[in-house]
Design a protein around this ligand. Structure first.
Ligand SMILES: Cc1cc2nc3c(=O)[nH]c(=O)nc-3n(C[C@H](O)[C@H](O)[C@H](O)COP(=O)(O)OP(=O)(O)OC[C@H]3O[C@@H](n4cnc5c(N)ncnc54)[C@H](O)[C@@H]3O)c2cc1C
Length: 460
């Protein structure tokens, strides 16, 4: 079918308003939050029902048109950079919360539901959906599942994969595949839901997602521990975990990040501090009081020069506002921001922080480090200008060094931002060629035409 006829077919299927073929319209979907070259797709499609979503995928596959599904496009690994002869399929018209079941504590959603809206709807029903990526105000649940997104609460509550009870999805031929169920226990058949989590749109397109909900914690206490040495702060992280207290959140910020955030958000951060830990414990009131006291004691013992405990919700919110502002604040410093995601076993946090400082010095770069220290998931963030070729070469080398160091500590290439295009070339370093080959065979068997998000994760 000629591409003109195909576009007419899509218009008949989806309505002309849901097919974008003009250049300026397509341009908005040529890039995502990763620092990679944009690619203009051939067409942008917006199905609004399961039937038309499946039919859209089938038509694309039949006509050898690669498909890149796009939620909010906030991924940081090039996961939604399309093919030039391909379609971008938007999920923002496919965004209904189909069920929130209080009795059995689960919800069924379409993939385009925005994460924070879902969390708020669940909260209104007296329940809790913990995964809270920093992008939650715009990210979608489909994108979260496809990237296995984590968040500030990952340390205690886990990440998206810990809340997925089932996923219905379309295979490349447009067949609806079912996996999982609404029951807490379900071992029927192969665990296809797990295969789909983190598959970054390369194995199937989500139609409906069943998510586990939990009771909300009765209370919480947030605090900020201030340090005049980075190593004291990072060693505190290891000490808290070693003491077997699991705060719901344990975040780290270095001085570059603290200054950038304060300049941006004016929340009263101590700009002369070398590092900060932002910590929250939650649960039963008695347990919260006991754990908060223990955490405070550990922080002091490890060298915190000051500890501020939030007295009320307003103070607690300003602590978390500060943390959530970190990336936006750093991004204002230079034209290009490269947010890395290397993750190490938690006991290696002090080593990783030091290694990043050394790498910044070695390549004469400004790197701000913040992140989910309690998970070992740091975000060394390089502030640069991609137009400066010389500096960009140093950035590329620094990124490689950061990965190498993380892997040498038995860490991983990505704690939460996925592999996409950005890190596909590094995969063999972590998993080895045999593993990549296994994944490529699986992809070829399930998607013989390479329709779904080609080039992502396993390269070409
Ligand atoms: C400021 C900022 C802060 C961030 N903080 C965090 C954080 O704390 N934790 C974290 O994990 N990530 C974070 N991210 C990264 C990103 O927001 C997450 O990966 C998020 O899950 C992406 O959701 P999205 O809806 O934007 O998905 P997109 O970026 O649109 O897509 C991501 C991937 O999912 C696939 N996909 C989307 N919908 C479907 C579907 N229906 N079926 C199959 N595949 C699909 C896409 O093809 C793509 O490969 C952050 C990003 C930014 C910009």
């Amino acid at each position: 079918m000629s591409s003109k006829t195909l576009i007419t077919e899509f218009e008949t299927l989806l309505g002309t308003d849901n097919v974008i073929s003009d250049e300026s319209g397509r341009m908005s979907y040529a890039y995502d939050a990763a620092v990679l070259e944009p690619v203009l797709p051939e067409v942008v499609l917006r199905p609004t029902t399961g039937e038309t979503l499946g039919e859209t995928i089938r038509l694309c596959n039949e006509n050898n048109m690669p498909v890149t599904v796009r939620g909010a496009g906030t991924n940081l690994s090039g996961g939604t950079i399309p093919e030039s002869k391909g379609a971008v399929v938007l999920t923002n018209g496919f965004n209904k919360i189909l069920e929130i079941n209080r009795e059995d504590m689960y919800a069924v959603v379409q993939p385009g539901v925005v994460t924070a809206k879902f969390a708020a709807a669940v909260q209104e029903q007296g329940l809790f959906y913990p995964p809270d990526p920093g992008s939650q105000a715009v990210s979608t649940l489909g994108g979260n599942v496809a990237e296995n997104a984590g968040g500030l609460r990952g340390l205690k509550y886990g990440v998206t994969k810990d809340y997925v009870m089932g996923v219905d999805f379309f295979d490349p031929a447009g067949n609806l595949i079912r996996s999982g169920s609404r029951t807490v226990k379900s071992v029927t058949g192969m665990n296809l839901s797990s295969l789909m989590i983190g598959s970054e749109g390369s194995l199937g397109v989500f139609n409906e997602i069943i998510l586990k909900l939990v009771p909300p914690p009765a209370t919480h206490r947030a605090m900020m521990a201030i340090y005049d040495s980075v190593s004291a702060a990072s060693e505190t992280v290891a000490a808290i975990i070693a003491s077997q207290i699991i705060p719901c959140t344990l975040e780290f910020m270095d001085n570059v990040t603290i200054r950038a955030v304060e300049d941006f958000a004016h929340v009263g951060l101590p700009t002369d501090a070398r590092a900060l830990l932002l910590i929250e414990v939650d649960g039963h009131p008695a347990q919260v009081a006991e754990e908060a006291a223990q955490v405070e004691e550990i922080c002091r013992k490890m060298g915190a020069v000051n500890i501020r405990t939030a007295k009320d919700d307003a103070e607690r919110n300003s602590i978390w506002e500060a943390r959530r502002a970190a990336l936006s604040a750093l991004a204002r410093m230079r034209p290009t921001t490269v947010l890395e995601d290397a993750t190490v076993p938690r006991s290696k946090i002090p080593h990783m922080v030091r290694a990043v400082e050394d790498i910044a010095e070695k390549y004469n770069l400004t790197i701000g480090t913040f992140g989910h220290a309690g998970d070992g998931n740091l975000h060394p963030t390089i502030m640069t200008d991609r137009r400066d070729k010389n500096e960009w070469l140093r950035v590329e080398k620094a990124i490689e060094d950061i990965f190498d160091v993380a892997l040498s500590f038995k860490g991983t290439l990505s704690g939460e931002h996925g592999i996409g295009l950005a890190k596909a070339g590094f995969m063999a370093k972590e998993v080895g060629e045999a593993t990549l080959d296994y994944c490529r065979k699986m992809k070829a068997a399930l998607d013989p035409k390479g329709t779904l998000n080609p080039g992502k994760i396993i390269g070409r």
